[in-house]
Design a protein around this ligand. Sequence first.
Ligand code: GLY
Length: 370
Amino acid sequence: MTRSIPVALGGRSYDVIVGPGLIDRAGEHIAPLLKSKRTAIVTDSNVGEHHGERLSVSLERAGVAVDVITVPAGEESKSFEGLASLSDQLLDLQLDRGDVIVAFGGGVVGDLAGFAAAIYKRGIDFIQVPTSLLAQVDSSVGGKTAIDTPRGKNLIGAFHQPRLVLADLDVLATLPAREMACGYAEVIKYGMLGDEAFFAWLEAHGAAVLAGDIDALTHAVGRSVEMKAEIVAEDEKEQGRRALLNLGHTFGHALEAETGYGETLKHGEAVAAGCGLAFRFSAALGLCDPAEADRVERALTAAGLPAGMADVPGHPFSADRLIHHMGQDKKSEGGALTFILARRIGEAFTAKGVDPDALRRFLIEQGAKP
Ligand code: GLY
């Protein structure tokens, strides 16, 4: 079954299509959106290895000319150097404003190609064909594009909405189990932040989602995208409710910074541990029943994800260093700490001006070094 989920943004509205077999049918979805019949696919070497030329073939069958730019796989491509190299290649192709970039890959390719599209000749259309679960449920939807700098991740970027997102569930079959679990962390996050019934469904069906069952994935990806689409339509530029999508990210980013943003702790794992900590911290502040934090922890552990600091390699971390990283968070304003906390599963909220002493006490209670 294929689902089409609209992201309602006036003249910049678009659909996220979720289902199996979409790459081979990409041409018929993409061709009607094109002003010129010319695209540049931006992808990486890993994607090429698994999916070969199927996307190009499908586009060409629909009468669309295709050039393919392959960037090195890995976060390093999301840099000023990577952006310069990609921009030069787009210029060499003499792509013009009526042409379209197709980002075919995981979050790195989507963020980089999307940002290049945002600034190339002051803006060109782009389409997302995400190939990781994490990109399908989060980064390909909502128009956040960015590169990293040595000073931090995603600090240079732009909001630039895609014209279409094609989330082909079949591509997830080639994802390593650890990558699936990372995407699942973002899926279950939607239940935690705004839909208890979805969370309960995941408690029952999470194993099927992780095993790649197409019906389970259709529901899990579909519901995640639906929630993100609704939030983005209401608050595109993150002035309010969109910040709820950062549940688990303040703790998570601090743990990623301490573990070096790499294989030790992947982003999805950091988000999972961060969500566990956000519920635990909410309970410690008397905002939420500790039984809710227990339930979150059980659901994350069942998916093979870390649910707190003790599950993260490198534990125990220094409380001061963690707090320092949290102060660098894009959400913090004028040095005040902002967290997404929860009253219960399905009800997250933004808490500004969190007491640093209470945070420090909490981190030490959780096993951080004083
Ligand atoms: N990944 C969070 C957002 O798109 O707002």
